[in-house]
Design a protein. Structure first.
Length: 476
């Protein structure tokens, strides 16, 4: 009987230890499988956006190619497309690297699960063999009756019941482990299929990139052959852009002056109203005091002092806030709008329904002429023919003027911030209009010479320009 107890205890101990190992590994494995990680989703979203940009550029490129004179616009679009294509290939590579790591982890987990499962099956098989030899009703009765007392007999009975229950539980655990292993192998197969698909996509993108670079070289060669003519055109464009900035600055300065004069007028009106009200109160007070003295003379004097009730006083209007060089005093509503605009940095909607940034903010070299520098106080956003310009935030239209570069420019005020939309053809708003975010301002002009439609978006804070790419949602 002692031997029987020892053997059973040993078998149970081995299986319990195996069960703990399996449970720990299963829990760990479940944490690392299932849904895709946040970094994988980010890469997929980025890849989706890049593909959308490439499709938009393809549309623009087909419009540009239709015009034989627009080689420069074609080159700019091709450059942007190549840049996005290279970024797309890099994103696919990052996805492949993540999948390789995931495949490696899943292979290790599957191998460990297989080893654990085989060990459990071996131990369980030995337990069944032992049970078949020793777990008949007679042996169990003898094990119980050999106890030295009632308590020990009861404990032996519970021991036999728990042993039988544990054996059933282990059988179920083996089945669930087999199922989990099968799922892990299925996931591993899907990982490999997805990797092969990505490798195929990468190969396609690399071929497209090679074709685009060849096309870029052809266009660049054609442009370089007439470099002198292009330089003259660019010099004129540069002068137009400089004139544009002068026009914008004058409009902003005029707007600031108007706001300052308006603030001063309101402050003066408040001060005059206060002075008039104060003079009237003082006159009323003097008249009341005179009447009171006449009454006191007419009445006999009585004991005690007469208490006088003080006249209510009115606070003087606060002096206007000191104006800065860049901005006049703002009303409470304008200050709230400024704060709201600033809080939405990086979240503003694009000023077009679909578009791609084809020229960045700041100074940069021209794509065709080496050493020729271009200065841009905003973002050049290329879009499709017939696209409409939209407000990036709630505000008020404070200026509309003819643009030196063509079309019209529209200024929308958002408290101390200004958004400026240049190269608008048909304007659908007027000065003084209150506009909402994404409200249509007008139709973007299509340049026949360059074969493209583009909107120049600028953001100013007072008299200072800001990079709009930091304000727009998902802008690179």
């Amino acid at each position: 009987m002692i031997l029987l107890k020892y053997k059973v205890n040993k078998s149970v101990f081995v299986l319990c230890f195996s069960f703990l190992l399996l449970g720990f590994h299963t829990a760990f494995a479940q944490k690392n499988t299932g849904n895709k990680t946040s970094s994988q989703k980010e890469l997929e979203n980025k890849k989706k956006k890049l593909n959308e940009d490439i499709n938009e550029l393809n549309t623009q490129l087909s419009q540009t190619k239709a015009n034989k004179k627009s080689k420069l616009g074609q080159l700019i679009t091709l450059n942007k497309k190549i840049s996005i294509r290279e970024e797309l290939i890099g994103t696919i590579n990052a996805e492949i690297n993540q999948l390789n790591q995931q495949i490696h982890n899943n292979e290790q987990e599957a191998a460990q699960l297989q080893r654990n499962l085989e060990k459990l099956k071996q131990d369980y098989g030995r337990m069944l063999q032992f049970a078949q030899r020793n777990n008949d009703a007679y042996t169990n009765l003898m094990f119980i009756f050999a106890a030295q007392g009632f308590n020990q007999a009861y404990l032996r009975l519970k021991y036999i019941q728990q042993y039988s229950e544990f054996r059933k539980k282990q059988a179920k655990e083996i089945m669930s482990t087999q199922t989990f292993l099968l799922n892990k192998l299925t996931e591993l197969k899907e990982n490999r299929q997805e990797k092969n698909k990505l490798l195929g996509n990468e190969e396609v993108e690399k071929k497209s990139l090679t074709i685009e670079k060849q096309e870029q070289e052809v266009v660049l060669t054609e442009l370089q052959q007439r470099e002198q003519n292009i330089k003259e055109e660019l010099e004129k464009k540069k002068r137009d852009i400089e004139q544009l900035q002068i026009t914008i600055r004058k409009l902003i300065e005029a707007e600031i002056k108007r706001k300052a004069e308006e603030s001063a007028r309101i402050a003066k009106e408040k001060a005059e109203a206060y002075a008039k009200a104060k003079a009237e109160k003082e006159k009323q007070k003097r008249d009341n005091e005179k009447k009171q003295k006449e009454k006191n003379k007419a009445k006999p004097k009585e004991g005690g002092n007469v208490k006088t009730i003080p006249e209510p006083t009115e606070e003087a209007p606060l002096p206007p806030k000191k104006e800065t060089i860049d901005m006049p005093e703002l009303s409470e509503a304008a200050e709230a709008l400024s704060a709201d605009f600033a809080n939405n940095r990086g979240k503003l909607p694009w000023p077009v329904g679909k578009g791609v940034i084809c020229e960045a903010y700041g100074e940069h070299e021209h794509p065709a002429i080496k050493g020729f520098m271009i200065m841009n106080n905003g973002l050049e956003i290329c879009t499709s023919k017939g696209a409409q310009a939209r407000a990036v935030f709630d505000g008020e239209v404070t200026g509309i003027a003819v643009s030196p570069t063509g079309g019209s420019l529209i200024i929308v005020r958002h408290g101390e911030y200004l958004s400026i939309y240049n190269n608008v053809g048909e304007v659908t708003v007027k000065t003084g209009d209150k506009v909402k975010a994404k409200q249509i301002l007008g139709t973007i002009l299509f340049n026949d010479d360059e074969g493209k439609a583009s909107l120049n978006l600028q953001i100013w804070k007072g008299k200072k320009t800001m990079d709009p790419s930091g304000w727009l949602f998902n802008a690179r």
